[in-house]
Structures are given as structure tokens and as C-alpha cells.
Design a protein around this ligand. Structure first.
Ligand SMILES: [Zn+2]
Length: 271
């Protein structure tokens, strides 16, 4: 067999495997009780508290900044697309100050990771070297803020494919949704918790939603009946209302395959 033919067959195998993996991920996530509940028209407010594990997940000390990418979970996770690669200079300053403050509050270093095959890095630095920029940015951020850097390869991913059913807009800074098995597979943006502002979210939200709705993610499996969910974990009603309108406005071009819901997080429980 000549090399070209062999490579073509490998690519076909890869696509075939990936489709199988995406189908399996979709079927599994269809059984998720929060997805079932939302698809049946339920609202999270006043209900998500009843899902087992909620209180524990909501009161965790977060110690890791990973990419928003649902495949990457390296600890009690906060997420930002490409670990903040879409942030402008001013937003990067806010983020760095917050990562220093959190390290001091935690009393030990946070882990900041970069990862293989980063879609946000590819968006900001198209081409074969995009991962390199992703790794560099994460490492720089770790060094600058006195935190630990870790590179995450494909072999260490939680899922081999983009299985995200939701984008969590995380406002509380203490919600460990990534390690709560009853929460749907998700992208996480901790931008609201980091106080990065609306302009930042207007860049990040469509980028992440776009991955989910593309062939890299669950894509065409999302429909009006089975939409991609934006879930907001808000501190109060004002924040919930504000982010709901911001998400509606920012994501309107995606149409009715995207739905937005959220809840107000109960007050923090300290030991
Ligand atoms: Zn990424």
C-alpha cells in the first residue's frame, strides 16, 4: 500500500472513531438528569439544589485554572478559554491580580494548565504553532502570578472528544461543576467570577458555543428540542438578569439551538 493511501485510510478511521465517540458521548449525556429536566422545560432556579452532590460541589476551594474546554480537568476547576488567551491587556491585568489574590487566599499555589489541541489558541493564533502560543500564555500567567504551570496532553483528557452539552458562566468562584458527576459535560467560563467584564464575555461566549455547535463538538445533534445550554451560577438576581440578557444578545445568531437558564447560588457554607 502506498503511503498516501495509507494516510487517507488512517484519516478515515480517525473520523469514524471520532463520530462513534461523539455518538456515545451524546447518548450518555442524554441520560444526565439535569439535561433531561431542562429538555422537559424545567428551570434550574430552586431545583438544582435537589440534585445529589450540589452543596458539596458549590462549596469547594477551587485550585486550578484550566481552559474552558470540557476535556481538560486538572483539579477543582476554574475555566477560561485558552486560560485567558482572548483577554486584552486590561483584562489580563485583572486576571493576574485575581490569580495572585486567590493564591494568597488558598495558602498554596494554584495550578494553571495549557493543553494540546486548544481551540481558543487556534482561534487567536491560527496555524500549526497555535498550541505553542497556548502553552506559552499559560506558563507566563503562572510565572507572573507565582503559580504552578502544567502542560496537559491529549492522553490525559477527561473525554477524548468535545462532549460539552452546556456552557457554565460561573460567578461564585466556588462551584466545582467539572468534578460534579451529576452536572452535564460542560465548558466553564469563570470570567464572571474573575470580574473580567462584559466585553470579555462577548468574545469568549460565541467562541465556546461555536465549538460545541460545530463538527468538533456535538454539532448537528443539537436541536430546538435538545439545545446547547448556557447555565449561569449567579450570586444574586441582578447578576442573573444581567448575564441572561448579555448571553441572549451575544448568542442570538446561533438561533434557538441555544437556551439560557441559571440559578442563584445559596450562601457559602463554611466548615
Ligand atoms: Zn483550550
Amino acid at each position: 500500500m502506498n503511503l498516501e493511501k495509507e494516510l487517507t485510510m488512517k484519516t478515515h478511521d480517525h473520523h469514524h472513531d471520532q463520530t462513534e465517540q461523539l455518538n456515545a458521548a451524546w447518548e450518555k449525556s442524554q441520560q444526565n438528569e439535569i439535561i433531561e429536566y431542562l429538555n422537559a422545560g424545567g428551570k434550574l432556579a430552586g431545583q438544582i439544589e435537589k440534585v445529589p452532590g450540589f452543596t458539596e460541589a458549590l462549596n469547594r476551594q477551587l485550585d486550578t485554572l484550566d481552559c474552558s474546554d470540557g476535556r481538560v480537568v486538572s483539579g477543582a476547576k476554574m475555566g477560561l478559554a485558552g486560560e485567558g488567551i482572548v483577554a486584552d491587556e486590561k483584562e489580563k491585568e485583572i486576571l493576574a491580580a485575581e490569580l495572585i489574590r486567590r493564591r494568597e487566599e488558598l495558602g498554596r499555589k494554584l495550578t494553571i494548565t495549557g493543553h494540546e489541541g486548544c481551540g481558543a489558541a487556534a482561534l487567536m493564533h491560527p496555524g500549526p504553532d497555535s498550541d505553542k502560543y497556548g502553552y506559552q500564555g499559560a506558563e507566563q500567567l503562572a510565572t507572573q502570578t507565582g503559580n504552578e504551570y502544567l502542560a496537559v496532553s491529549h492522553a490525559e483528557f477527561k473525554s477524548p472528544v468535545h462532549n460539552e452539552r452546556a456552557l457554565l458562566l460561573e460567578c461564585t468562584g466556588r462551584f466545582d461543576a467539572a468534578n460534579w458527576e451529576n452536572f452535564p459535560p460542560q465548558f466553564i467560563s469563570s470570567a464572571p467570577a474573575f470580574k473580567l467584564g462584559d466585553a470579555y464575555l462577548k468574545k469568549e461566549m460565541p467562541a465556546l458555543t461555536g465549538i460545541a455547535l460545530s463538527d468538533h463538538g456535538l454539532g448537528a445533534r443539537f436541536t430546538v428540542e435538545n439545545p446547547f445550554y448556557i447555565i449561569i451560577s449567579a450570586n444574586d438576581q441582578t447578576e442573573l438578569d444581567h448575564l441572561t440578557s448579555l448571553a441572549e444578545e451575544t448568542l442570538k445568531d446561533f438561533g434557538n439551538r441555544v437556551k439560557i437558564d441559571g440559578f442563584i447560588a445559596p450562601a457559602e457554607k463554611k466548615d
